[in-house]
Design a protein around this ligand. Structure first.
Ligand code: FAD
Ligand code: UDP
Length: 385
């Protein structure tokens, strides 16, 4: 019946489904355990009419023109540049920490001299990961680096990951480097925009094809089996000889035979307020206060002019597949030990030429939306054309 079965209707699964259906005329089935398409990028109108992102704020940004052009087939865009403030010592300052943050937090003469040193040491416009800045030999810059580390990174990272910044991959804190600039934007990518009709609409448009079928609200384990000795696959008890594209948890696919991989989950607490605006920017980070990491106000993203506003607070927590409040694995945990375990899974997966692992969970990578779209397009051209 189907040439390809795809587990997961996020960007990894949906891009591949769209390409296979439209470019190869393949009959594709997508299975997802959620009741909706879109994976973690799913958005919807809440009961007050505010367009919310159910699984946390999603801001599209990329330097990859091919990705932007590909996605533009399925949506129009509304210009949007993301800015974030962090609540530090009673003040809200731009994050990534930049020269404006420096001047907001330090007396003018000290800020001026630190600014000069930063520019002399690294150059104007340069981004320096905090773990790199802390290696500086300059005494004054080292004090500044320690201040930024203490006030912005250490407690936020403890909340988000349950770890110190240096105990997770440098890539993680490197996403939010110190920016020697006065540019308050969170991203500097060439293409930054919000889909004018929301993310879910993009997925609806991508998957609206007679060759694509959806089986939602279904855990693949209930309908699909793989015998890893023989390589035989069955869908609803019928032999399946096509391609399986898997975008879920790699350890779950292989029955956790090399041990489970750790993930971090989040508990999103949404609140609707009878005020037109709750905070001055889309997202405010609270590194040192409260148990949540950040508050996002969706109307800054959707630019809706309706009364009332909806915010979300993000409370990080360990992933627990048996607890309904903690059973969504939002982030793989990026440590050397986990990388070693992941290698076992990847080596085990290698001989199964009819199984393709792609996606944030299946590859255990910190993919942003543009990264996973680029990756899925690459997988399509490498493996399926
Ligand atoms: P997912 O979207 O997670 O899709 C995987 C799908 O597989 C899910 O729908 C899941 O239900 C399904 N699945 C898993 N297991 C099974 C199973 N056993 N049976 C059936 N189905 C299964 N990126 C940006 O570019 N900008 C942002 O601002 C941004 N913000 C983010 C904020 C948060 C809080 C998070 C967690 C991520 C954010 N991202 C952002 C990243 C973005 O969400 C990912 O890049 C993208 O969702 C990855 O797509 P995917 O298809 O790999 O995974
Ligand atoms: N981070 C931090 N303080 C901040 C913002 C980010 O310590 O105010 C660190 C933290 O470890 C976080 C990482 O930088 O997990 C990446 O931040 P980003 O905003 O990219 O995370 P995401 O949006 O993917 O959750």
């Amino acid at each position: 019946m189907f040439d390809t079965i795809i587990i997961g209707a996020g960007f990894a699964g949906s891009v591949l489904a769209e390409r296979l259906a439209t470019q190869q005329n393949k009959r594709v089935l997508i299975i997802d355990k959620r009741r909706h398409i879109g994976g973690n990028c799913y958005d919807r109108f809440d009961e007050h009419g505010v367009l919310i992102h159910q699984y946390g704020p999603h801001l599209f940004h990329t330097d990859n023109k091919a990705v932007f052009d590909y996605l533009s087939q399925f949506t129009q865009w509304t210009q949007y540049q993301h800015e974030v403030l962090a609540f530090i010592d009673g003040q809200k300052v731009p994050v990534p920490f930049n020269l404006n943050s420096l001047h907001a937090l330090f007396p003018k003469s000290l800020a001026d001299s630190l600014e000069l040193k930063l520019i002399e040491s690294f150059g104007y416009g340069v981004k320096v990961p905090i773990l790199e800045l802390r290696k500086t030999d300059d005494k004054a810059l080292k004090l500044l680096a320690d201040y930024i580390y203490d006030k912005i990174f250490v407690n936020y990272t403890a909340k988000q990951w349950g770890k110190k910044p240096e105990d997770i991959s440098a890539e993680v804190t490197g996403r939010v480097p110190v920016h020697i600039s006065r540019d308050n934007r969170y991203f500097q990518d060439k293409y930054q925009a919000i889909p004018s009709h929301g993310y879910t609409k993009i997925f609806e448009n991508m998957l609206d094809h007679p060759n694509i079928s959806l089986l939602l609200n279904t855990d693949f384990k209930d309908v699909f089996t793989i015998n890893f000795d023989s390589g035989d696959m069955h869908f609803m008890e019928n032999p399946f000889t096509g391609q399986l594209i898997f975008t879920g948890l790699i350890d779950e696919l292989f029955n956790s035979q090399f041990g489970t991989l750790p993930y971090r989950s989040l508990n999103f607490q949404f609140e609707h307020l009878e005020t037109d605006q709750y905070q001055e920017k889309t997202t405010i980070n609270y590194p040192n206060d409260y148990d949540f990491t950040r508050i996002t106000e969706f109307k800054h993203i959707s630019k809706q002019s309706i009364s009332g506003t909806t915010i979300v607070k993000e409370f990080p927590q360990d992933f627990d597949r048996n607890d309904p409040i903690k059973n969504i694995p939002y982030y793989p945990v990026f440590t050397p030990e986990n990388k070693e375990k992941l290698d076992y899974y990847n080596n085990f997966a290698e001989p199964f030429k009819n199984i393709t692992l792609v996606g944030r969970l299946a590859e255990n990578r910190y993919y942003d939306m543009d990264d996973i779209i680029a990756r899925a397009l690459q997988v399509f051209s490498d493996k399926f054309t």
